[in-house]
Design a protein around this ligand. Structure first.
Ligand code: SAH
Length: 271
């Protein structure tokens, strides 16, 4: 008699990825630890995995031995494949009768163009599912000991992008975010960190507003730096912080220093 394996039971009870179907799935922000079981089931069943640049090699290695890995993504904000081409490729693969896993970093619907791909699949009559993933912004907060919400500190948290294709509206956009009075979790902020900090300060946030940058959250090379908003750009430069990284601004950031003090005083494990 073989020993019971509840994990194998769960994996085999999850939905079947059928030929001609597409699963639009999140891989989480980095290391395989944040992968969901649904996405793992998709990796195990897919004939083709169409992935973007932020999906970790260790995650791709979980694909079945016969699976073809196709890179289709953007690097450093520059499109290395046009979005329309990626969506068309998904439709073509499904029409060939392949089992397609479209795998994106984090969550497919958070700054991941997953919405556009879903609309294309739906318009082409391709059967699809959307599988959520752990989004980088929330993962970055967790690994940095910064609660996304904290009683007495905030009632909302804003997920924003530091990069907008719509030029001209920048100042108004940052002003509206600054006025919300709620913590900001900003994706794709690294290439214009100084400009974002300046815009938020110009819009009324005090220069000493606590800020943090969390790079490569959950992945090897994870780093966290903390500084007042006015100094965060210089601090990140001096520390040699590299993308991918999340900028966090607001009253939740100091909880990190508080918990680190407590850990040090009481010897709690941090690894
Ligand atoms: N769909 C993804 C976000 C894609 S946009 C998600 O839900 O997480 C790409 C941006 O995500 C990067 O510029 C960076 O700001 C952030 N990001 C992705 N992985 C990250 C990581 N491991 N650590 C910190 N930020 C990350």
């Amino acid at each position: 008699m073989t020993a019971p394996d509840p994990l194998a039971d769960i994996l085999s009870s999850l939905a079947r990825l059928e030929p001609g179907h597409v699963w639009l799935a999140g891989a989480g922000p980095g290391g395989p630890g944040t992968l969901t079981l649904d996405t793992l089931a998709g990796l195990r069943q897919a004939d083709v995995v169409v992935h973007d640049a932020l999906v970790d090699r260790a995650v791709l290695d979980l694909a079945g031995p016969g699976a073809v890995l196709e890179f289709a993504g953007k690097r450093g904000g520059r499109p290395s494949a046009q979005q329309a081409d990626i969506s068309a490729r998904l439709v073509a693969l499904a029409r060939e009768g392949r089992r397609v896993l479209r795998l994106k970093g984090g969550d497919p619907f958070v700054f991941g163009r997953g919405g556009e791909e879903m609309l294309t699949l739906a318009a082409a009559g391709i059967p699809f599912r959307v599988l959520p993933g752990v989004t980088a912004g929330l993962a970055a907060l967790a690994v940095a000991y910064i609660p996304a919400t904290m009683r007495g500190v905030n009632q909302a948290v804003v997920l924003a992008t530091g990069y907008s294709a719509e030029e001209g509206e920048e100042a108004a956009r940052w002003a509206a975010l600054a006025r919300s009075g709620q913590p900001l979790v900003i994706y794709m902020a690294m290439s214009r960190l100084g400009g974002i900090a300046d815009s938020l300060i110009a819009a009324g946030l005090p220069p000493e507003t606590p800020a943090a940058v969390v790079a490569s959250a959950t992945a090897p090379g994870q780093r966290v730096i903390v500084a007042p908003l006015a100094g965060i750009d210089q601090e990140a430069r001096e520390a040699g912080i590299e993308p991918p990284a999340i900028l966090v601004v607001g009253g939740i950031v100091p909880l990190r220093a508080e918990v680190l003090r407590l850990i040090e005083a009481h010897g709690g494990a941090t690894a």
